[in-house]
Design a protein around this ligand. Structure first.
Ligand code: NDP
Ligand code: 2IT
Length: 449
């Protein structure tokens, strides 16, 4: 196992996020390899860590002043053993190959857990939508799609949103794809409701994460009701995580963006959440403005020199990191444990460092890895694909009920796999093994390709 990790590191030495994601998975699946010697001979680890295809391209675009800019576009087509490549597009200045490979790698196992036929991929650009006009974002999306369109298709590769890509961006991307391909198909998910989108897709990641957390608590004869929760981020996943926690009678006392965080001792309510949605989705403002509107809350600027994030140093029962990768380090994890946290569910992808995961496992905290807990988003993307293929739209209740069933089933698969391999109650090991076995068996059935 260390062997494979060393090989992966040696091949692409700079890709630290990708190495981290690979290390997390292969350290869990060791017992599977021991029980299945033929996996070794078939070099399944070597194959699963090597993307099937990577596309990199220039994205030139013109700003409102007539200045031309160039960004880099990517699509990592990681694994298509169980279905067309599926996964989001991220527009953020930090985007590089390492980040997209880690996201695509995680996506492969996550998608396998959803029970739906989707392979794994991820893409995006180092373009920063912050501070850009709608027209600039449109021109960027159009330029991005003039290259990407030849690599994707409703049965080939179906992108969606991620950080910096929401309904607005999906709209501009879809418009250009439709024009170039001269077809109206479900080539992207997260579409607007009037043109092929699914009800509940915007809510699905956050809702699914809370459904998953509720299942974990239920297995311990407990519930979300009455729990105090810390949520980070203020975007799509964070907003709908808060919404579902409120639905279930929990209390949320924090939210953040990359500039800082707010602490609201009284807790968010529906009105405050509506304010955050408008602030972030329409005005595209900063979370600091929450404090201006609700002065009894406290705003704290982000200060990376501290070495820890004070958001995670409040007393709470549950923590839902919903912003970005590696946002909880070892010290944050220790602070959470010291403050009595009982459950940590990852709305974001890989928000915990490997050391932070260790702290939670050693302290017997209920810990849900992102590939299980945040799979609701891509699951409803799969349901959007199904609705597009049938050319009909399901009502909200139908999609939400399918989402609940899927999250319940992922929860059970994690517990079953963990039990089968002698690690009862370990959701990390369970999620990695259940996803891995499904993908690897499909790969083996399909020969050496
Ligand atoms: P959004 O763009 O809607 O929101 C992202 C939020 O995270 C913003 O508040 C943003 O703050 C903050 N953030 C982003 N990057 C950083 C950073 N480097 N440091 C600090 N804060 C940061 O994205 P989503 O809500 O869609 O995505 C959040 C997480 O959830 C990501 O990890 C994503 O991969 C994951 N995810 C998303 C799914 C989806 O369906 N959208 C599905 C499954 C997982 P700011 O505005 O200041 O940048
Ligand atoms: O990380 C993720 O699962 C997503 N960004 C959603 C992917 C999708 O295809 O809906």
């Amino acid at each position: 196992m260390t062997d494979i990790l060393e090989k992966v590191k040696a091949k692409d030495p700079g890709e630290k996020e990708f190495h981290q994601a690979v290390q997390e998975v292969i350290s869990s699946v060791q017992p599977v390899l021991e029980r299945n010697p033929h996996y070794r001979q078939a070099a399944v680890l070597e194959r699963i860590t090597e993307p099937e295809r990577i596309i990199m391209f220039r994205v030139p675009w013109m700003d409102d002043q007539g200045q031309v800019h160039v960004n880099r576009g990517f699509r990592v087509e990681m694994n298509s053993a169980i279905g067309p490549y599926k996964g989001g597009l991220r527009f953020h200045p930090s985007v590089n190959l390492s980040i997209l490979k880690f996201l695509a790698f995680e996506q492969v196992f996550k998608n396998a857990l959803t029970t739906l036929p989707m392979g794994g991929g991820k893409g995006g650009s180092d373009f920063d939508p912050k501070g850009k006009s709608d027209n600039e974002v449109m021109r960027f999306c159009q330029s991005f799609m003039t290259e990407l369109f030849r690599h994707i298709g409703p049965n080939t590769d179906v992108p969606a949103g991620d950080i910096g890509v929401g309904t607005r961006e999906i709209g501009y991307l879809f418009g250009m794809y439709k024009k170039l391909a001269n077809e109206f198909t479900g080539v992207l998910t997260g579409k607007g409701l009037g043109w092929g989108g699914s009800l509940i897709r915007p809510e699905a990641t956050g809702y699914g994460c809370v459904y998953f957390a509720a299942e974990m608590l239920k297995a311990k004869h407990d519930r979300i009701e009455g729990k105090t929760c810390l949520v980070s981020g203020a975007g799509n996943v964070a907003q709908h995580t808060v919404e579902k926690i409120l639905d279930m009678g929990g209390k949320v006392i924090t939210l953040s963006d990359s500039s800082g965080y707010i602490y609201d001792e009284e807790g968010l309510d529906r009105e405050k959440l509506a304010f955050v949605k408008e602030l972030k989705n329409i005005k595209r403002g900063r979370i600091r403005e929450y404090h201006e509107k609700y002065p009894r809350s406290v705003y704290t600027d982000a200060d990376p020199s501290l070495g820890y994030n004070p958001l995670w140093n409040h007393k709470a029962d549950c923590a839902f990191p919903c912003a970005t990768e590696n946002e909880i380090n070892e010290r944050d994890a220790q602070n959470l444990v010291n403050n009595g946290v009982r459950l940590v569910a990852e709305g974001a992808n890989m928000p915990l460092t490997l050391e932070a995961i260790q702290v939670f496992l050693e302290n017997n905290i209920l810990y849900a890895p992102g590939k299980a807990a945040n799979a609701g988003g891509v699951a409803v993307s799969g349901l959007e694909m199904a609705q597009n293929s049938m050319r009909l739209n399901w009502p909200k209740e139908e999609v939400d009920s399918r989402l609940r069933i899927i999250m319940k089933s992922i929860h059970q698969s994690c517990l079953d796999a963990a039990e089968r391999y002698g690690r009862p109650g370990n959701y990390l090991v369970g999620a990695n093994i259940a996803g891995f076995v499904k993908v690897v068996n499909a790969m083996l059935d399909q020969g050496i390709v």
